[in-house]
Design a binder for this molecule. Structure first.
Ligand SMILES: [Zn+2]
Length: 286
């Protein structure tokens, strides 16, 4: 069932309250940060329309017209979510997603958007420091370099697992892998196009932060993952972000994962377990 509007919504639009509410709900379903659907078309709603359009229009205009292309795209995921937070997530296969997504849905998910055009990053979340990781989970191995090396800490090894999270298999800290599986199930429902394009560029990898000789990457404890879209990696430290990553970041954030886009050196392909989520894991890692 698709949603229709009577008048245009957005920049210089008619902005009837009922129509604005509908568009705000659709934008929210696509993970756009619109806040509460209040029927008022302010800068935040127009900004969200703009960001949404950046995925498929060369020149986003911030306007949703009745029967127009933007409304069609907004309607692409207006089917009912198959999972709720209360039940264990079902692993969705790429084939199932393919059935749910209309064939016309091929957008340029790897199109780049500027980091400084994004809304607030990682609201309410904190990254975990090396000091805290070392204190709580111990040292994954004795020495680190830029290369991935095996974890040698026997206690930590007990909590490392390899399992499918839906679109791909990962090796990482058990509770982080479980959390990723929940996130992927939600992405499959809310962002099926991104789900189909998702690949992993690795989770567990005991090494230093890229370019550093002292900072240990959180990949070393298996609490971080790097993602690919259509096989392409987001460029490191260039302040530009693959559009598809902006669509799924709010889902990662909602599950307590911190997005590397906010690191001093932008790392948009990287998501990691935040401080508050790690604290929830700790009682099970004793
Ligand atoms: Zn990473």
């Amino acid at each position: 069932m698709s949603v229709s509007i009577l008048g245009s919504v957005g920049k210089l639009g008619k902005n009837n309250v009922d129509d604005v509410v509908k568009v705000q709900h659709l934008l929210a379903q696509h993970g756009m940060p619109v806040g509460r659907a209040d029927g008022l078309c302010g800068p935040r709603t127009i900004g969200a329309i703009h960001t949404f359009q950046a995925g498929f229009l060369r020149q986003p205009d911030g306007l949703v017209e009745p029967g127009g292309k933007t409304l069609q795209r907004l309607n692409l995921i207006s089917f009912k979510p198959a999972v709720s937070n209360k039940v264990a997530p079902k692993v969705v296969t790429p084939q199932e997603v393919k059935k749910a997504v209309p064939a016309a849905a091929g957008t340029s998910l790897i199109r780049l958007v500027r980091r400084d055009t994004l809304g607030p990053l990682n609201p309410g979340l904190k990254a975990v420091s090396n000091q805290y990781m070392l204190e709580k989970l111990g040292k994954p191995r004795e020495s680190f370099s830029q290369a991935c090396q095996p974890v040698t800490n026997e206690k930590l090894k007990k909590y490392i697992t390899t399992a499918s999270v839906g679109p791909f298999k990962v090796t990482g800290l058990k509770p982080a892998v479980d959390s990723l599986r929940t996130i992927m199930a939600e992405i499959a429902v809310k962002q099926p196009e991104v789900y189909q394009a998702l690949g992993s560029a690795g989770m567990l990898c005991a090494r230093n932060v890229r370019g550093s000789t002292t900072a240990i990457s959180n990949h070393s404890w298996g609490t971080a993952i790097d993602l690919k879209l259509n096989g392409a990696l987001d460029g490191y430290g260039d302040g530009m972000v693959q559009y598809g990553l902006t669509l799924i970041a709010p889902i990662f954030n909602a599950h307590g994962w911190y997005w590397g886009v906010a690191f001093r050196k932008e790392d948009a392909m990287h998501f990691e377990v935040s401080r508050s989520l790690l604290e929830k894991f700790l009682p099970d890692i004793k």
